[in-house]
Ligand binder design. Sequence first.
Ligand SMILES: Cc1cc2nc3c(=O)[nH]c(=O)nc-3n(C[C@H](O)[C@H](O)[C@H](O)COP(=O)(O)O)c2cc1C
Length: 214
Amino acid sequence: MKEILENIRHGRHEFEKTQLGGIECGEPFSLFEKWMIEAIEKEEKEPNSFALSTVDKESQATSRIVYLKDLLEGQFVFYTNYRSKKASDIEHNSKISMLFFWPAISRQIRIKGICTKLDAALSDAYFDSRSRSSQIGAWASNQSEELEDRNELEIRVREFESKFPSTVPRPQHWGGYQIRPTSFEFWQGRSSRLHDRLVFELCGNNWESHKKNP
Ligand SMILES: Cc1cc2nc3c(=O)[nH]c(=O)nc-3n(C[C@H](O)[C@H](O)[C@H](O)COP(=O)(O)O)c2cc1C
């Protein structure tokens, strides 16, 4: 998946229009990968972006867009600030929801899962692969905290640029999360509102699937 995401602009793949398919594969990951490739082929603008929904202590749900950066041994990976609003929500309640929407191919994928911090070594490796400006940005931004004015942020960028003239270490407050999915719903738009919906649910160690009315 990492290569697919990295080669977002280069792949070539036959797009099978309005075919849901996948029920025969018995597990959701191959269908997820197939749909991601087709979204890339159809030049969706941000194919690896998804809405991440979390729930806070007051049982209030919040959504925001983040980038899917990897699919590692059945776990979806994204990166963020560990002091952000989403991080504090996840600490309180690790049950999250992910939503991919690809309008050019009339598809959405809804995923429920359990979110935990990624291994520090994997976060280090990803942080090292980022551009210097993104690395400095991770130090400079107190994500989700109030900002008096943009100047304050620019001053912090300059401070960290001089603090780290060559290598930039990963801040402890920045890193990855992994999401272990417990259910998937694949939705394919069809004519006359007779859309296809295919659900996979994790039962013990096995995936069970069924179709749903649109
Ligand atoms: C296309 C797009 C991609 C984004 N990707 C990320 C991401 O990978 N990680 C991240 O922390 N924020 C990302 N953001 C910003 C988040 O949507 C959000 O504003 C930020 O993470 C703070 O969220 P929070 O206050 O709910 O924690 C992205 C926003 C957009 C529009």
